[in-house]
Design a protein around this ligand. Structure first.
Ligand SMILES: C[S@@+](CC[C@H](N)C(=O)[O-])C[C@H]1O[C@@H](n2cnc3c(N)ncnc32)[C@H](O)[C@@H]1O
Ligand SMILES: [Zn+2]
Length: 312
């Protein structure tokens, strides 16, 4: 294995663990389902000189950045604009598949795309800026109060979700709907009590929740994991890095089910979940970032990595 490029170590979460578990070998074909800025893929291509990677991202800006960063490897990377929910369309077979879920720093640090309250911009949050899905402002316009509250509670684990949803709908009814990041951040700040010891901004959870809803991040995950195992070659590896407890729960349960462990509720007369032994789980417990990595890259704080190997 070649030495890892230190430039990557800062940005790409759990990089050396990911490479180790993906086990790149000569002439193999990998799918990076969340190419982002190509950090993990670059390290993989550097590690194994004959490896090829199909890199998928739904974000054109990410693909542009990745193409530039990976320009030295263009004969070994195929760039695909698309959603990993359609992985079967983009890859027939693979020796390993990686998904590093969630937002990239390119998205989170964008001043115009609405992912962060650090910049005032339209409240968009679509990772695929060309999709016809509703953006965050449109969701807040169209959903009813209870649906908004549920999104903020479930995906953001925000205790004051009902209060926030009520204010969003009050504003909307007064003919002044929330349409920018600043408006939403201020509304949330006014809706939740001050928590003096709290380190994160009060709007963090609400923004995360909306992003997950806008991009249907949890809805596509289980199908993607199943399809990934289908297209893996025997002994193929699947590595998933998640950043949210609901995401990690889906990964954990899907892996257990695909390792043959029934996930049905107790006392059901017969198994109905379709558990079938297709993989061996490589990480009994999820891997997490070291203190050192967390201090260099705070985003790695909530990362959980799980890996599985398809049975021969
Ligand atoms: C955390 S970043 C990946 C960073 C990358 N591993 C690196 O080292 O540079 C996640 C990327 O996945 C993309 N993404 C998230 N969900 C996706 C989906 N369902 N289909 C395709 N791309 C997705 C996002 O647009 C984002 O660019
Ligand atoms: Zn079952």
């Amino acid at each position: 294995m070649a030495a890892l490029d230190p430039e990557n170590l800062h940005a790409s979460v759990l990089l050396s663990e990911t490479i180790r578990l993906l086990e790149p070998k000569p002439k193999e074909v990998f799918v990076d389902a969340t190419l982002g800025m190509g950090g993990h893929t670059k390290a993989l291509l550097e590690t194994e000189a004959t490896l090829r990677v199909i890199g998928i991202d739904q974000d054109d800006e990410a693909l542009r950045a990745a193409k530039e960063r990976l320009s030295g490897f263009s004969d070994r990377v195929q760039f695909v604009k698309g959603n990993f929910a359609d992985i079967r369309k983009y890859a027939e077979r693979a020796d390993a598949i990686l998904a590093d879920l969630g937002v990239s720093s390119l998205q989170f640090d964008s001043e115009t795309r609405g992912f962060s309250f650090r910049f005032d911009s339209p409240l968009d949050m679509r990772m695929d800026a060309e999709s016809d899905a509703l953006n965050a402002a449109e969701l807040l316009q169209q959903l009813d109060e209870e649906e908004i509250a549920n999104i903020i509670y479930r995906f953001g684990e925000e205790r004051f979700s009902r209060r926030i949803a009520r204010r969003i709908v009050e504003r909307r009814n007064a003919g002044n709907p929330v349409s920018t990041t600043r408006e939403l951040a201020e509304l949330v700040e006014r809706s939740v009590p001050r928590r003096p010891k709290e380190k994160i901004h009060p709007a963090t959870k609400t923004f995360q929740a909306l992003r997950i809803a806008v991009n249907r991040e949890l809805e596509v995950l289980e199908g993607f994991l199943k399809d990934s195992v289908d297209i893996l070659n025997p002994n193929g590896r699947l590595v998933i890095i998640s950043f949210h407890s609901l995401e990690d729960r889906i990964v954990k349960q899907s892996f257990l089910k695909m390792s043959g462990r029934c996930q049905c509720p107790p006392r059901l007369p017969a198994c109905q979940c379709g558990a079938e032994k297709l993989v061996e789980i490589m990480t009994r417990k999820p891997l997490i970032a070291s203190e050192e990595e967390i201090s260099m890259n705070p985003r790695s704080r909530s990362a959980k990595l799980r890996a599985a190997r398809k049975l021969a």
